[in-house]
Design a protein around this ligand. Structure first.
Ligand SMILES: [Zn+2]
Length: 414
């Protein structure tokens, strides 16, 4: 998730400087776009670690939830029909550990049937952003930071959601950020610059997605071109929700819920109901499809917490994400033909746990950066095909191994 839109005022002049080629690193004359964004995103500069108030570096709380043991599916062996891909934006191994300690030693992620590690670097071999990493997972191609399912040469990459639709599967995106943000956008559209929110919003009208649940309403209704994209979606047969009550009443098969003008608020303001309703409704609507579904769920704000070096925010978002993992695992345990893959696009914050305890649910964190880091990220899998996700491999393999599990391909990055 990119947080600059809501956290700090940004001057028009600075913003215009953002509208650069998404692949600026490949054009020597252009300033490095990611540097510009990071500079904006963190104004004013965060305080040095020693001056960060204690409550931002520590988390302590009662166990948020108990994790009942899931019985793996014991019925007849079935091929994979449904995919649930959960992406914790900015969730490295330490973020998982922080959640584990904060919830007194228990996470749903522990119930995975296979674990692996994904290498996240971008096309240039440098630290990735969410756009390049989501492009890798959605299309099997490495690209430059900022690019949505395309690259500096203008190649357009096909999202796995198009393959899902071609195979008769229903598709969905449930995120805690704007629908136009990089991670969901890479599964839905092709665009050279992740910051062109209105242009990305317009492309969603042709996206291969049946169910969407996110924020970012203003890019669909308060546009420079005065187009009413919700009206156009309705004309295509989509149900539209802009309130939680309307979202809870959606029946599908095609539906869009946009529940905040920009990004949904952080926890605890957002409340657990936001993701619970989104994932529950997605499984209800998409699960009606006889030929299965592909659902991507993002824990979007783990990344924001890392950028802001805020340990409490980080733990709350990891625990909220883990509960969606639990929902997905429980669905798969009962269903028997659902593969769940849990991973991250990159690590954010250079997060490290330097003290704390499991009995007290205390986490004392330090951060090495306000940006992303290069560390490998965890992969957890559950259900038929989960054995494909062991090992240490490139993030493009998430795409290829899901295709292999579905019987659609070789499962190897070319
Ligand atoms: Zn980030």
């Amino acid at each position: 998730m990119l947080a600059l839109r809501m956290k700090y005022p940004v001057s028009v002049a600075l913003l215009s400087g953002l509208l650069l080629s998404a692949c600026a690193t490949l054009h020597p004359a252009a300033p490095a776009r990611s540097v510009v964004i990071d500079a904006l995103k963190h104004q004013p500069e965060p305080l040095p670690a020693a001056e960060i108030p204690l409550d931002k570096r520590e988390y302590q709380g009662p166990a948020a939830y108990a994790v009942p043991a899931l019985a793996p599916y014991a019925g007849p062996k079935k091929p994979v029909k449904n995919i649930i891909l959960l992406i914790g934006d900015g969730m490295g191994p330490a973020q998982v550990t922080g959640g584990l300690m904060a919830n007194h030693g228990q996470l749903y992620m522990q119930q995975a049937q296979a674990t692996g590690l994904a290498i996240t670097h971008n096309q240039a071999g440098k630290i990735t952003d969410s756009a390049a990493s989501a492009t890798a997972m959605a299309t099997g191609h490495k690209t430059c930071n900022g690019a949505i399912a395309t690259d500096s040469a203008g190649h357009q990459f096909r999202s796995i959601m198009w393959d899902a639709r071609a195979h008769g599967k229903a598709t969905g995106l449930v995120v805690a950020c704007e629908l136009t943000d990089a991670t969901p956008a890479c599964f839905a559209v092709v665009h050279p610059d992740r910051n062109d929110a209105e242009a990305i919003a317009a492309k969603y009208l042709q996206a291969p997605i049946d169910f969407m649940y996110a924020g970012g309403l203003k890019y669909f209704t308060q546009r420079q071109d005065h187009a009413d994209l919700l009206r156009q979606w309705r004309a295509q047969g989509y149900q539209i929700a802009t309130t939680p009550r309307e979202a809870a009443a959606l029946t599908g098969p095609r539906a869009v819920a946009l529940l905040a003008e920009t990004g949904p608020p952080r926890l605890p303001e957002r409340t657990a109901a936001y993701m619970r309703t989104g994932v529950g409704k997605a499984l209800e609507v998409l699960g009606k499809n006889d030929q299965g579904f592909f659902l991507m769920v993002e824990g979007s704000q783990i990344d924001d917490a890392g950028h802001f070096n805020d340990a409490s925010y980080n733990v709350r978002e990891v625990l909220d994400f883990d509960q969606q993992v639990g929902r997905a695992f429980a669905f798969a345990a009962a269903n028997g033909e659902t593969l769940v893959v849990v991973t991250a696009d990159h690590e954010t914050g250079g997060y490290s746990i330097v003290d704390g305890s499991i009995p007290s649910g205390k986490v004392v964190a330090k951060f090495a950066t306000t940006k992303h880091s290069a560390v490998v990220v965890p992969v957890f899998a559950y259900g038929p095909g989960s054995e494909l996700f062991t090992g240490l491999y490139q993030n493009t393999e998430i795409y290829y191994r899901i295709k292999q599990a579905l019987g659609w391909g070789e499962g190897k990055t070319p």
